[in-house]
Design a protein around this ligand. Sequence first.
Ligand SMILES: [Zn+2]
Length: 317
Amino acid sequence: MFKRILLLNFFSSIVLMTFAQKNAEKEKIIASIQGKEANYAKIAHQIWNYAEPGYLEVKSSALLQEELKNAGFDVKAGVAEIPTAFVASYGSGEPVIGILAEYDALPGLSNVDEPEQKALVSGAAGHGCGHNLFGTASVAAAIAVKDWLKSSGKKGTIRLYGCPAEEGGSGKVYMVRAGLFNDVNAVLHWHPGNENSAGITPWLANKNAKFRFYGVASHASAAPEKGRSALDAVEAMDNMVNMMREHIPSDTRIHYVITHGGEAPNVVPAFAEVYYYVRNPQMQTVKEIWERVVKAAEGAAMGTGTRMDYEVIGGGV
Ligand SMILES: [Zn+2]
């Protein structure tokens, strides 16, 4: 929850500093981070090499926790019942400012640390979008703020949230549900990219699920009449949703992949699965469209003589 008045107090105390003072403080903080560049580069490389996918970031999480503990943070590990999630705090009272850190890798993207596609471990996970830098730099920022709090004698709490499973898995959703952000005044987030700037692009609310269809297997040539194809149900659902695109707000995004489509052409597939995302700037619109997508799945099951269930993977509201 934002506590605007407190935030205003916090920021106005900064505004009251002269421009020159502010710049000098800023330069000092930047210099303190740059002075530890070799150490942070080592940590980022280590997390790159660990390349642990969502919820399995055991070594990456422990390494960042250790760095924060050594810097004087109070670290609580295994928060929100997630072994690789943690909260590191320094200081006391308000404002409470949070910085998010992510450190999970992506499946199948293992690579040596060179700008060419060359697997470090063939088929293993890898850091496709730089979460090794993400986790490390967020920790560096938190430590720099802590140093500033200490040297300036200002009141306030800096909190580093170690957030697992960003790349599918919605780690932060569970952390929010566990109330870990209830007393925070503001949360800062960033992502590695090819330029240094503040992003002004609003992002989209997202709900996603795996729709599973259960049919009846049969020989596709000798006894097709005895079969009920789960893949037919997936295709019917996809057709209905694709037709629906004309009748939904145009800023919506719907995308899917068929994650299981059967075993062989001569066997009527008894099981098929399709993974859907629905996105829109407004969560309420996502909810409304989501209900229609579920109806399409139910209709597809009914029309093909199959059974359907679905598992919400992310954005389960
Ligand atoms: Zn990323």
